[in-house]
Design a protein around this ligand. Structure first.
Ligand code: BJW
Ligand code: ZN
Length: 262
């Protein structure tokens, strides 16, 4: 570890201890050490990223689904199959434990905003139920394990394991789709408002495992900075984001627990 990295780690540990309101934004990189593929950035654990093999406009856009629903549904079924046994890694666990400690002590608010749809933060113990309340988990891009009707929006709880054709909604006959946010779709407004509030009010913003290329999530960092928050990034391939105050160049599962458990 070089001197700058050591200095940054020590400074970030102090910030973590003294912050009153914290907003954590996570991306695919936080799940890379659990064996889940990232979208763009390279990850040592899974090799190629999803978008190096597949076209996001075809598979993760509303137009793609309208054009070829079967292909998109089957791609999500494949990802569900591949991801079903994946477990939280030390980064997910350390985040959830920090949130729990913060809630119990009443000394800090630690809100987790994730772009991930894999459900691993929940599995680790972060709480998504009250996403409008500071201190919980906000799944900004939805959850791959949930489904709803494209036409009437009804949530569908039935087990779709192994179903290879797009299921039909029993209420309206519409197509059932995964409850994730595709390109060209607006985010859930309650979730987005909660995320903006957490970023706006925080004094420490931690960006972990995201390439910061997808909006509006990528804009949260700038919002936090505009209100005077310190900005920390943990990523083996640091982004060129000029608003970052402290870069921790490395893996989330290795460095995040060091920062919060001391
Ligand atoms: C590690 C690691 C380790 C590796 N430890 N780190 C403003 C400007 C420009 C464009 C737009 C804009 N506003 C809106 C847009 C359009 C669009 C957009 O942002 N496009 C950009 C790509 C240019 N945004 C939208 O369409 C959004 N909707 C919207 O804005 O609505 C309003 C609107 C509607 C209509 C017209 C216009 C506006 C919706 C975005 C939805 C994103 N959906 C996806 C798919 C979800 C479902 C699924 O899983 O299939 O969400 S795309 C994909 O990218 C996924 C992710 O959540 C998201 C972000 O990716 P993330 O998490 O950053 O992952 P990677 O792979 O990019 O990066 C991983 C990082 O980890 C790398 O940096 C590695 O180095 C690092 N890493 N190992 C720590 N061990
Ligand atoms: Zn329906």
């Amino acid at each position: 570890m070089d001197d700058l990295q050591k200095q940054n780690l020590e400074k970030v540990k102090k910030l973590v201890q003294s912050a009153k309101r914290v907003c954590i934004l996570t991306g695919a990189g936080v799940s890379a050490e659990s064996g889940i593929a990232t979208f763009r950035g390279y990850s040592e654990e899974t090799g190629e990223s999803l978008w190096s093999k597949y076209d996001p406009q075809q598979l993760a856009s509303i137009d793609g689904f309208l054009q070829d629903p079967e292909m998109v549904w089957q791609w999500y079924q494949w990802r569900r199959e591949v991801n079903q046994d994946k477990q939280p890694n030390p980064a997910h666990i350390a985040i959830a434990q920090w949130q729990k400690r913060a809630k119990q002590s009443g000394q800090q608010d630690v809100t987790l905003v994730t772009q991930n749809v894999d459900g691993l933060h929940q599995k680790a113990g972060s709480d998504p139920k009250q996403y409008s309340v500071i201190g919980s988990l906000i799944e900004l891009h939805g959850n791959i394990w949930q489904n709803h009707c494209l036409q009437c929006s009804k949530e569908h709880l039935e087990d779709v394991t192994g179903v290879q054709q797009v299921p039909k909604c029993q209420s309206c006959g519409g197509q059932i789709r995964p409850s994730v946010v595709w390109f060209g779709e607006v985010l859930d407004q309650n979730k987005w408002q909660a995320a903006e509030t957490a970023a706006y009010c925080c004094d420490l913003f931690l960006s972990i495992g995201t390439s910061s290329q997808v909006y509006p999530a990528a804009g949260l960092m700038m919002l936090a900075k505009s209100q005077g928050a310190k900005i920390v990034e943990i990523n083996p391939e640091p982004t060129q984001n000029s608003v970052v105050d402290y870069q921790i160049k490395g893996k989330a599962g290795e460095f995040f627990p060091q920062i919060v458990n001391n």
